[in-house]
Write a protein that binds this ligand. Structure first.
Ligand code: HMG
Length: 424
């Protein structure tokens, strides 16, 4: 079968894009059929996934096509987002980075952390010593609580204690293999409670997974040749300097850091949601990690290597991501997303996600330090404004053309343009 080129993918209709995926044999027959049928989650399944269900809430499902190069492999990246310009920005920046050699990633580890918080412990130092001495036995108790993960090669790996305020906290690091592992870690932590209370002579306040997944850190780096920022050497140099400054600003001002990180999560959430993962867990862990040295900071850094004429980007995030379990096997759209990515394992998926976040951040910083965000973003936002005003597909081209020329691009203007167009 001759594979089709991805050039012009953004100019196609949704039907043509689906045909493109079919011709490039990216989806299984079953998922191809689901895509043709609009891949809806059935009401019956939805009703099993949450409580008091009355329907299904849908969002745009897009693809960032053939440009995200991570550790030598180019991915077709599924993205679920309601925000205009996110997919365009991810595609644009990934393309620039691909031309410069793509992303390189490092998986520092892949374990989840659970904790049991003990209170009313009469002698915390003594209790801590006893718990450490019994750690092998405690790890065995945790293994017995969830034997299936041990059979699959995972399971509890390390146990340690820390005293924080009035609490003696016991932490357990667990290799959860392809799962995110919240349920298995919670089961293990609850199983440890009786023995921990016995050893410490205290009481357990709670036993639960931590979303600050510092044992699941992933780093993505890239080196962008500044010639891709502008053909004009001086302009490229100035822009690289400003982008480095934008990164510094996000290190010193939490107001800017929050928006800087939101831009990173434009991409990350879109892929985390598409692959059926828990985006609240990823967000909570990353924002806690952004404050790890006591002040909330930008999660990515960009430095300008003037000698090499390269902008060097780096992003490290806790990425407790799964390819099995949770809603992944239940939501047909998530299955299509995993097909598009060619079924990476959890570690590879984590690398793809962090790389996409760094690409998304590059696009935003480039726009912010050059044309300003509104130029590119509002061009694409115009479609949403026209839709909100009630423009039909036939009216859309004319409303868009007028809206892009208007002094104030907002919904009121879109409505006024539409009314004028409809007046005989
Ligand atoms: P441009 O230079 O006008 O784009 O940038 P272009 O028309 O020359 O196209 C370049 C490439 O961009 C295309 O290549 C596509 O890959 C992609 P081609 O396919 O033509 O060979 N592209 C598109 N892909 C799909 N559909 C489209 C489309 N248009 C371009 N319609 C662009 C335009 C939007 C890319 C640029 O201005 C940009 O990256 N802007 C940043 C937008 C952004 O970050 N949006 C997120 C929402 S704003 C926000 O929430 C975050 C923020 O606050 C974060 C922060 O402050 O850090 C900004």
């Amino acid at each position: 079968m001759t594979k089709l080129s991805w050039t012009g993918f953004s100019k196609k209709t949704p039907q043509e894009r689906k045909e493109h995926l079919k011709k490039n044999a990216l989806l299984s027959q079953e998922n191809q059929d689901l895509l043709d049928k609009d891949q809806q989650l059935t009401l019956e399944t939805a009703n099993q996934m949450a409580e008091n269900v009355i329907g299904r809430f849908t969002l745009p499902f897009a693809v960032c096509p053939d440009v995200l190069l991570v550790d030598g492999v180019t991915y077709q990246v599924p993205m679920v987002t309601e925000e205009p310009s996110v997919v365009a920005a991810a595609s644009y920046a990934s393309k620039l980075i691909k031309r410069s050699g793509g992303f390189t990633t490092t998986i520092h580890n892949r374990q989840m952390i659970g904790q049991v918080a003990l209170f009313d412990v009469p002698d915390k130092d003594d209790a801590s010593r006893k718990i450490q001495a019994a750690s092998q036995n405690l790890i065995e108790i945790a293994k017995e609580a969830h034997p299936s993960i041990v059979k699959r090669g995972g399971g509890p790996r390390k146990l340690w204690t820390e005293t924080k305020g009035d609490f003696l906290i016991v932490y357990l690091a667990v290799d959860t293999q392809e799962a995110m592992g919240a349920n298995m870690v919670n089961t293990m932590m609850e199983a440890l409670v009786p023995e921990l209370e016995n050893l410490s002579k205290g009481q357990s306040l709670m036993a639960i997974l931590s979303n600050l997944a510092t044992e699941s850190l992933v780093t993505a780096t890239c080196r962008l040749s500044t010639r891709f920022l502008s053909r004009n050497k001086e302009e490229a140099h100035d822009l690289a300097k400003k982008m480095e400054m934008a990164s510094q600003l996000a290190q010193v001002d939490p107001y800017r850091a929050a928006t800087h990180n939101k831009g990173i999560f434009n991409g990350i959430d879109a892929l985390v949601i598409a692959t059926g993962n828990d985006w609240r867990a990823v967000e909570a862990g990353s924002h806690a990690y952004a404050s790890k040295d006591g002040s909330y900071r930008g999660l990515s850094t960009w430095t300008y290597d003037q000698e090499a004429k390269e902008l060097v980007g780096e992003l490290t995030l806790p990425m407790p991501i799964a390819t099995r379990g949770g809603s992944i096997g239940l939501n047909p759209s998530a299955s299509i997303a995993h097909d598009l990515l060619n079924h990476p394992d959890a570690k590879t998926l984590a690398s793809i996600i962090v790389s996409l976040g760094l690409a998304q951040n590059l696009a935003a910083l480039k726009a912010l330090t050059s044309t300003g965000i509104q130029a590119g973003h509002m061009k694409l936002q115009a479609k949403s404004l026209a839709l909100l005003a009630g423009a039909s597909p036939e009216e859309m081209p004319q409303v868009l053309a007028e809206l892009l020329k208007a002094k104030h691009m907002n919904q009121e203007t879109a409505q006024a343009i539409l009314e004028k167009l409809r007046t005989p």
